[in-house]
Ligand binder design. Structure first.
Ligand code: PMP
Length: 407
């Protein structure tokens, strides 16, 4: 199905504005996507009509809020094709999901000499929590190297796997380069040595179909704000038996069964991991984001984004001084690049002057930038509401900027 992009754009009020005297072209979608009207209205509706604390109230509003909150859990379960709603835990985001696993699974099951494997492509949030765990436990962090295109070297991964590998934690799609990793193969090889696997789905969940049962991963984490939903909300999927084997993350209300000064017993999953009053409004509004994606269909979204990515890559590559960074054969719609002799930040500022919003810098992947011996890149990342005309404006602007130094 071909999507009607103009119709889609009309659902995103933020896109209808000028920046620096030019129509806004928003190409920073890997950082966060914009929100459709339904999500904005759901937030306002919730606070206007239903605001109430969930799970405990004996009154109508509390009941409405609880049911709406739990309905999102059910939608997320289907979105990821998890087996059960109890395997869906709401978090603040991908970062908190990974920290939760490091703090609970990590603290309980890691001992000195155990090994964790990550990859060169990781976001800092899938590096630092494991470094902290390694420091505490005397565990060892190993890193899968990449080739010049930004693809994982699976032969090297094979060599890193040992019977001491407790966990393999890798990104599904790289936020800095767009590379889609062969996670199916990584998961099955990891399981063969008895390791658990966490998949960082922050950049994949808006673009690729996710089926955690078919993947057979032990954990999958994502952020709502990268899937047209609110900020400060994420999801941790975990297999029931793994989640049940883990101690709680934070202590407080909601996560308990019974509290006495002598002893506390904990609630069942998922509540065991959701201490305190959660982000109720954003969880409820996230339904509308999921419904937005479901209505369009991920395959259609991906087709559109892929055609934008291919066109932009092809045309920009013709520009003298344009250097793509990350040319993997399988990518989500992320295009990282440099302009010869120019600092990425200056390129970003000049694009902003033309109304084009991109990201510049290390994209929270400093070790990856070090691998390429660069400080950072300019990153344009496309979403379902971007158009071919916008890509043409990007090409035109980059071409003008590149000429400044090539004169
Ligand atoms: N992993 C990846 C691949 C990401 O792109 C991001 C967000 N840039 C994160 C983790 C962290 O997500 P959040 O900041 O929403 O917790």
């Amino acid at each position: 199905m071909t999507l009607n992009i103009q119709n889609i754009r009309e659902q995103f009020p933020v896109l209808d504005q000028e920046v620096n005297g030019k129509p806004l072209i928003y190409m920073d979608n890997a950082a966060t996507t914009q929100k459709p009207k339904e999500v904005l209205e759901a937030l306002s509706d919730y606070y206007t009509h239903d605001n109430s604390n969930i799970h405990r109230g004996a009154h109508t509003l509390a009941d409405r809020a609880t049911r709406a909150y739990e309905r999102t859990r059910s939608l997320v379960k289907d979105f990821l094709n998890a087996a059960e709603e109890e395997e869906i835990i709401f978090t603040k985001g991908t970062t908190e999901g990974i920290n939760l696993v490091a703090s609970t699974f990590g603290r309980k099951f890691f001992t000195e000499g155990d090994e964790i494997i990550i990859s060169t492509l990781e976001h800092h949030s899938n590096i630092v929590p494991w470094q902290m765990l390694c420091e505490e436990k005397g565990a060892i962090l190993k890193v899968i190297p990449i080739n010049e295109k930004g693809e994982l070297l699976l032969d090297e991964f094979d060599k890193l796997l040992t019977n001491k590998t407790k966990l393999v934690s890798v990104v599904h799609a790289s936020n800095a380069l767009g590379t889609i990793n062969p996670i199916e193969e990584i998961i099955s090889k990891s399981h063969a040595v008895g390791a658990k696997v966490l998949i960082d789905g922050a950049q994949s969940s808006a673009h690729l179909d996710i089926d955690v049962q078919a993947l057979n991963c032990d954990f999958f984490v994502m952020s709502a704000h990268k899937i047209y939903g609110p900020t400060g909300l994420g999801v941790l999927y975990g297999k029931r038996e793994v989640l049940e084997s883990m101690p709680p993350y934070q202590g407080g209300g909601e996560m308990i069964k019974e509290v006495t000064f002598e002893k506390t017993t904990y609630n069942e999953i998922p509540f065991k991991f959701e201490a305190g009053t959660p982000n109720i409004a954003d969880v409820i509004a996230f339904q509308k984001a999921i419904e937005f994606v479901n209505k369009l269909g991920k395959a259609n979204i991906r087709n559109h984004e892929e055609s934008l990515l291919n066109y932009a890559t092809e045309q920009l590559s013709l520009i003298k001084g344009f250097i793509p960074v990350g040319t993997a054969s399988k990518k989500v719609s992320v295009l990282s690049f440099l302009i010869e002799y120019m600092h990425p930040f200056d390129v970003g500022m000049m694009l902003d002057a033309s109304g084009i919003a991109v990201r510049t810098g290390h994209h929270c992947t400093q070790p990856l930038m070090n691998r390429f011996e660069i400080e950072g890149t300019v990153r344009a990342s496309f979403s379902v509401y971007n158009t071919k005309e916008e890509i043409e404006r990007l090409i035109e602007s980059v071409s003008k900027i590149a000429k400044l130094k090539n004169k």
